[in-house]
Design a protein around this ligand. Structure first.
Ligand code: DAT
Ligand code: MG
Length: 149
């Protein structure tokens, strides 16, 4: 089964949206296998967003992502990397389709409430950044037979 890394960003937490956002993935049928709240250390933020180091928005991005607690999670399920990205909507909430998470809860690109890994490889990298192996749980959900054929 595929795994992805999802994070409710500081604006999502401050706006009391963490529960609603987590619920969307649960309701769809994806399984939470790791979950924690943390204030992101500067070094972790810079590592996470390392690919954007040279971009003009890098400093504001790091400032924003470290500005308050985040909720980090690992989701498991069939095709979950791509599916979670689609559920989030476009990076710029102005371009995000209605009904997506960003299209429902966000207006500006620098306050887009959620992060999700963009590929299986980045999911692996990001899961390892945020979670120790023993913080992830493998278990069967009672309803799995009603989600998967
Ligand atoms: P995503 O979060 O959809 O994976 P990304 O990896 O391209 O998008 O960028 C990471 C974050 O950086 C994004 O959620 C918001 C911010 N960002 C991206 N492009 C930006 C831009 N042109 N101006 C301001 N912030 C931007
Ligand atoms: Mg990205």
């Amino acid at each position: 089964m595929e795994r992805t890394f999802v994070m409710v960003k500081p604006d999502g937490v401050q706006r009391n949206l963490a529960g609603k956002i987590i619920s969307k993935f649960e309701e769809r049928g994806y399984k939470i296998v790791g979950l924690k709240m943390m204030q992101m250390p500067q070094e972790l933020a810079e590592q996470h967003y390392g690919e954007h180091k040279e971009k003009p928005f890098f400093q504001p991005l790091i400032q924003y992502i470290t500005s308050g607690p985040i909720v980090a999670m690992v989701l498991e399920g069939k095709g979950v990397v791509r599916a979670a990205r689609k559920m989030m909507g476009a990076t710029n909430p102005q371009e995000a389709d209605p009904g997506t998470i960003r299209g429902t809860y966000a207006v500006e690109i620098g306050r887009n409430v959620i992060h999700g890994s963009d590929s299986v490889d980045s999911a692996k990298r990001e899961i390892e950044l945020y979670f120790k192996p023993e913080e992830l749980v493998s278990y069967q959900l009672a309803g799995d037979n009603w989600i998967y054929e």
